[in-house]
Ligand binder design. Structure first.
Ligand SMILES: Cc1cc2nc3c(=O)[nH]c(=O)nc-3n(C[C@H](O)[C@H](O)[C@H](O)COP(=O)(O)OP(=O)(O)OC[C@H]3O[C@@H](n4cnc5c(N)ncnc54)[C@H](O)[C@@H]3O)c2cc1C
Length: 492
């Protein structure tokens, strides 16, 4: 028999009975009821950045929109994110004399993703990011707090905002323009019309436990975020990440990806889930993260030896750090690097705001002194630092660190007291992989064909990052892909 999704669905639907129709754990397609409880032009699953952005643009075009959100509140990971929005060629970059453009952004993303990411998706995202960013700035009146250079960038490109304010702007805009949002409502299954051969709605569970069947004329948008809080999915796709603390949004359990997989959806990049480096021990939220290694600090393990080039993606560093003995690692730096780090991100003040002081680690007047306090071998650490310093002037580090971060800046010798050591760890923020989509954000099945009526946007999508991700391409991607998904769906 020829393999196709049509046959897959036929088999799934044929095996269904009325009894299984109401089952919560069914891994087979669900045919739409004769009559929906409610019908909208566009139904969006998830009230995070991607879902709210799609809602705003759909409402601007006069569509009747329902957003379904399983939590009691909007925002998802977007509202608690670090708020870095990577965009190239913005007016804010131009004001600071930063030269950047789409071609450089695309090149950087392809490099960070080790060429595994899909060029057509990276291209679509990078272009949409500029359009969405300009729309957001114009309509919100907000300005970035700062523009940072960060993991994988050739130039400062991360426009940092207060993420909760950005997300709430999208929420308020959507509500003001007529969006209906059902909170405490979990999308459970997508609904298929076998005559039309397309997804036509969603089965949800409301707050009172009752199921409802909701129709959507322009198809369904999955914007349910990642799966950092789903231990089973992590065990399946990324066993190394299982033990990392997750601080993503409470709803990030991979529901959207699983729902689409019931219809044979393909997934991309799932083998590359990685935790993010730079968190202090026992992290609770994104404020517990320092990027002092991107200002020049080196990172050593319990043996006081380096194990990674510190200008690599913080995801690659994160995975390497958790693989060290007992998952332990330490950021080591001096006064020059402390001064370098402070203006890069105001949040560093909390860790290293005062000379010779930190609440998160150890300080000493010599490398040996601070090593002893941190429980590291003083002799070995002194050797590690001396070896590192030797290669700084001609950027010939044997580990390959020839910049500060990404392709930006020159390494700095660690030689000016006081010296600081901060124990650090890696933490799971997002999964950056998932449903295979095309540049129109149609969900693609395992046979390479679009699933009619099914779209995805935001962190639930795969193919944009490849092996590792650049800072700022998750938050901005959510809002930008929300726009792209709306544009495709509105053409149906
Ligand atoms: C702490 C932290 C810091 C970060 N910092 C940055 C950063 O600085 N820069 C950057 O680029 N990226 C960052 N990221 C990643 C980035 O913020 C996210 O990838 C992005 O915001 C995800 O947006 P989203 O709309 O796809 O998903 P989310 O914002 O997570 O929204 C998904 C929504 O769907 C809901 N949902 C899930 N399942 C269902 C269901 N079955 N039915 C109904 N609703 C459902 C969820 O409850 C949630 O509200 C960070 C992430 C975290 C957690």
């Amino acid at each position: 028999m020829q393999k196709s999704r049509r046959n897959f669905l036929k088999a799934g639907l044929a095996s269904m009975s009325v009894a299984t129709f109401s089952s919560g754990s069914m891994a087979a397609p669900v045919e739409a009821p004769q009559k929906f409880d409610e019908t909208y032009d566009m139904v969006i699953l998830g009230a995070g950045g991607a879902g709210l952005s799609a809602a705003c643009h759909a409402l601007d075009k006069g569509l009747k929109v329902l957003v379904v959100e399983k939590m009691s509140f909007p925002g998802g990971s977007s509202a608690i994110s670090g708020g870095q929005w990577a965009v190239a060629g913005s007016k804010f970059q131009q004001e600071k004399g930063i030269k950047d453009d789409h071609a450089l952004f695309i090149k950087d993303m392809m490099q960070v993703g080790h060429g595994v990411c899909k060029p057509e998706l990276v291209d679509a995202f990078v272009k949409a990011s500029s359009i969405e960013f300009d729309w957001f700035i114009k309509n919100s009146g907000m300005k970035p707090i700062t523009i940072m250079v960060n993991s994988g960038m050739s130039v400062p490109r991360s426009h940092r905002f207060d993420s909760s304010k950005v997300t709430m702007f999208y929420h308020d805009y959507a509500v003001k323009h007529g969006a209906k949002i059902y909170f405490d409502t979990k999308a459970e299954h997508l609904l298929w019309n076998n005559a039309k051969k397309e997804i036509v709605g969603v089965q949800v569970k409301r707050e009172n436990g009752k199921k409802a069947f909701i129709g959507s004329k322009k198809g369904i948008l999955i914007a349910t975020g990642g799966f950092a809080r789903n231990k089973e999915l992590l065990a399946k796709y990324s066993p190394k990440s299982q033990n990392a603390v997750a601080i993503s949004g409470a709803g990030t359990t991979g529901d959207g990806m699983l729902m689409a997989q019931e219809y044979g959806a393909d997934v991309l990049d799932v083998a590359y889930v990685k935790p993010t480096y730079g968190f202090t021990l026992n992290p609770k939220h994104v404020a517990d993260k320092s990027s002092v290694f991107y200002a020049g600090a080196i990172i050593v393990n319990r043996d006081a030896k380096r194990f990674i080039r510190e200008n690599d993606s913080y995801k690659t560093i994160g995975e390497a750090a958790l693989s060290q003995k007992n998952g332990e690692s330490f950021m080591v730096f001096d006064e020059t690097i402390r001064i370098e780090a402070l203006p890069k991100d105001p949040r560093e003040k909390r860790f290293i705001g005062e000379k010779g002081k930190t609440d998160f680690g150890f300080v000493g007047n010599t490398i040996e002194d601070v090593a002893k306090k941190a429980g590291l071998d003083p002799k070995v650490l002194a050797q590690t630092v001396a070896e590192y310093n030797k290669h700084v002037p001609d950027a010939s580090d044997p580990m390959g660190r020839n910049t500060l971060a990404g392709n930006f800046g020159k390494p700095i010798a660690i030689q000016k007291p006081p010296f600081v050591i901060i124990p650090a760890t890696a933490c799971l923020l997002s999964t950056y992989c998932g449903l295979r989509v095309d540049p129109q954000l149609r969900v693609i099945d395992v046979f390479g064909k679009p699933i009619n009526g099914l779209f995805a946007a935001g962190e639930v999508c795969g193919g944009f990052h490849g092996e590792s991700s650049m800072s700022g391409t998750g938050f901005g991607k959510a809002f930008s892909l929300g726009r792209l998904a709306f544009e495709s769906m509105s053409k149906r």
